[in-house]
Design a protein around this ligand. Structure first.
Ligand code: NAD
Length: 316
């Protein structure tokens, strides 16, 4: 005899800008019946929870509370947003030592309380911290992923959608590699509804210079926001919720996220973003993206930068 369905719990670790925006976006979807927000600053988590709870009656029912890491028990997904963020002029890699320290104590505690969860890292530098999470949790690689370039890919698709005057959801294009300065746009695989970019509107060519300008705008998008308002939060919040949706719904959706790469393009033992299949078990596979020679070289360079940052905090 089957009992009542068990609640779907999602834990959000870190109640800062990213954790709060993610929690707000998550409770609006109704994807989870229980959401716990955890921060070492309990008051901050409590304040966000009180505020967000006042939005719940306008949407779908959800039990939301401020808790501790022990409340990750039974969570299907744990979203990790805790740690320092970039100040203007800082790169994501500059955060590595500070946030590796945070993860050294945080991840074993999460893993002990939620041994069956899929762990999703957003804290920067996200690729290196996904490697740290893999090592510190002892989880199989399928259940540890980073938000990686999901947001850069969304930014690129939105720019391409505007350039070609189509809905961004009809644009198939991926930013791969590091979520950071060495990220790579996979132009050779980009298309709109299966049509290569140079055939979509031949009267208005989209050449090398325009591509490079768009790649640079994508790469610099976070800096442009941080210069103006000090942080980014809503885009990544929506991206994290999209990942939760793909996991909870066992969708096998293709998303650009960071995972342990072992083989493609000769890359081993580094976490970086490639188009991955996301389902109930986390990473269900990585698609064989076709890249031209310069793109492959750029991806290898990106992998080397992540590797060097990982080595610098003893993850080599
Ligand atoms: P923030 O400073 O507003 O919040 C960080 C929170 O983490 C704070 O509330 C702090 O108390 C908490 N924290 C620190 N150590 C903790 C611990 N051990 N346990 C629980 N909570 C702890 O920062 P933010 O703007 O929310 O950014 C958070 C992280 O997300 C940064 O590393 C930032 O670079 C990253 N980020 C990633 C992306 C992405 O695309 N992956 C986008 C934006 C920001």
């Amino acid at each position: 005899m089957s009992g009542p369905p068990s609640p779907t719990r999602v834990a959000v670790i870190g109640a800062g800008h990213v954790g709060a925006a993610t929690t707000f976006a998550l409770v609006r979807t109704g994807l989870a019946s229980e959401v716990v927000l955890v921060d070492s600053d309990l008051q901050r988590a409590e304040g966000e929870v009180m505020d967000i709870n006042h939005a719940v009656p306008f949407g779908r029912p959800v039990r939301l509370w401020a808790g501790g890491v022990a409340d990750c028990a039974g969570a299907s997904v744990v979203l990790i947003t805790a740690g320092a963020s970039q100040r203007p002029g800082e790169t994501r890699i500059d955060l590595v030592a500070r946030n590796a320290d945070v993860f050294a104590s945080l991840i074993p505690a999460i893993a002990a309380h939620a041994p069956e969860a899929v762990l999703v890292v957003a804290t920067n530098p996200v690729d290196v911290l996904t490697m740290a999470t893999l090592k510190l949790s002892g989880f199989p690689p399928s259940r540890v992923l980073g938000s990686g370039t999901i947001l850069d890919t969304a930014r690129l698709r939105s720019l391409l959608g505007r350039r070609f005057d189509v809905d961004a959801r009809s644009v198939h294009a991926h930013v791969i590699g590091e979520h950071g300065d060495s990220e790579v746009v996979a132009w050779s695989a980009a298309n709109i509804a299966g049509i290569p970019l140079d055939r979509v509107n031949p009267e208005r060519p989209f050449g090398e210079a325009q591509r490079e300008a768009m790649a640079e705008e994508t790469r610099r998008a976070a800096d442009a926001i941080i210069e103006r308002k000090g942080h980014t939060a809503y885009g990544i919040g929506a991206g994290l919720v999209r990942i939760v949706e793909a996991i909870i719904g066992d969708e096998r959706a293709v998303l650009s996220v960071s995972s342990a790469v072992d083989g493609p393009f000769g890359i081993h033992g580094v976490c970086l973003s490639l188009p991955a299949i996301i389902g109930g078990g986390g990473i269900e596979g990585v698609l064989p993206l076709g890249l031209d020679a310069p793109e492959q070289r750029a991806l290898l360079r990106s992998a080397a930068i992540i590797r060097a940052a990982a080595d610098s905090v003893g993850l080599g």
